[in-house]
Design a protein around this ligand. Structure first.
Ligand code: NAP
Length: 296
């Protein structure tokens, strides 16, 4: 990697990010594209730290930065402009620095839809989707599915009030799609059983020993199941979904797509052909290094 007086900066702000795959994934892409950029982790714990980080960004040669938990919502108020899809999701995961102005985007929703198309050939248009969760990732998934013209979206969440709030926020943008909120209990059975696509947007499955967020008997052949978790090669939801005959995909392809979309934004949209295969390999290598460290 070349670092010199003209190197531009990018990075990830969040906490904890000691096991992030993004620096490996981004720096491999910059190298392949011949971009004189460097992507660094910025571990920032609280909102005061986030505000100080944003001030520093304004003074330094940043092309942009990614934002992860717990700052995806707090960053909204610190951006000068927020793109429509990020407003809909009420979460920003990508900030573009343009002549001292910070513009917030959300690439998670499109990242999810693009990953589904690439990995499984699934097109949400006219299909029924169930999204488990009601946080930033679930909101972004709903936005992606609305834009991809899903026929119906059911948000299934442990705290149903939070899912209802997301559905209410999305109402003005639904473009004919049906949307409802249901609690994550036995009452969610119909929504899960009749869904063509099930997306897990909760952290359930991230830790070894975690179960599936929904009972295995609700899953069946013909469904596509996407678990957004990328820290494990196979979560329990993926395992039981596969055993039930469903097509399953983990969170790594979505991570790569949302990162590739960020590079497109920072470099002027479609002017670059972002090497997603290079990013995927770098992310997988980084993940196996982390897994090796954990097991050592
Ligand atoms: P978040 O804002 O903290 O939301 C978490 C959601 O999960 C909430 O709806 C919460 O329900 C639910 N939840 C948490 N623990 C649960 C449990 N034990 N049982 C049932 N539901 C539970 O998090 P987020 O930012 O949306 O991220 C969610 C997941 O998506 C994380 O694992 C993250 O790593 C992943 N993600 C992946 C990608 C990717 O590129 N692959 C991108 C973004 C996020 P309550 O509302 O009831 O608390």
């Amino acid at each position: 990697m070349r670092i010199d007086g003209r190197t531009k900066l990018a990075g990830l702000v969040g906490w904890p990010i000691d096991r992030t795959l993004s620096p490996a994934m981004h720096n491999a892409a910059y190298e392949a594209l011949g971009l004189n950029w460097a992507y660094l982790p910025f571990p920032v714990q609280d909102q005061r730290g986030l505000a100080a980080f944003v001030e520093a960004v304004r003074a330094l040669p940043f092309v942009g930065f990614n934002v992860t938990m717990p700052h995806k919502q707090a960053i909204l108020a610190l951006c000068d402009e927020v793109a429509m899809f990020a407003q809909m999701a009420d979460a920003v995961n990508t900030v573009h620095c343009v002549d001292g102005t910070l513009v917030g985007y959300n690439t998670d929703g499109r990242g999810l839809v693009d990953a589904l198309r690439v990995e499984t050939g699934f097109d949400p248009a006219g299909k029924r989707a169930a999204v488990i969760g009601a946080g930033g990732a679930a909101g972004a998934a709903v936005v992606g599915l609305i834009l991809a013209k899903a026929a119906s979206i059911t948000l299934v969440n442990r705290s149903v009030e939070r899912a209802e709030a997301v559905v209410d926020r999305m109402r003005p943008y639904l473009r004919g799609a049906a949307a409802e909120a249901v609690p994550l209990d036995a009452g969610a059975r119909e929504a899960i059983e009749t869904a063509d696509l099930i997306v897990n947007a909760t952290p359930v499955g991230m830790v070894e020993g975690d179960g599936s967020p929904v009972p295995p008997e609700w899953l069946h052949e013909g469904q596509v199941i996407c678990d957004m978790i990328y820290q494990r090669p196979e979560t329990e939801l993926m395992r039981v979904g596969r055993a039930a005959g469903a097509t399953v995909v983990g969170g790594l392809p979505m991570l790569v797509e949302q990162g590739a979309l960020a590079i497109e934004i920072w470099s002027g949209a479609s002017q670059v052909n972002v090497p997603r295969d290079v990013m995927r390999r770098a992310a997988e290598d980084s993940l196996s290094r982390h897994t090796g460290e954990r097991e050592a």
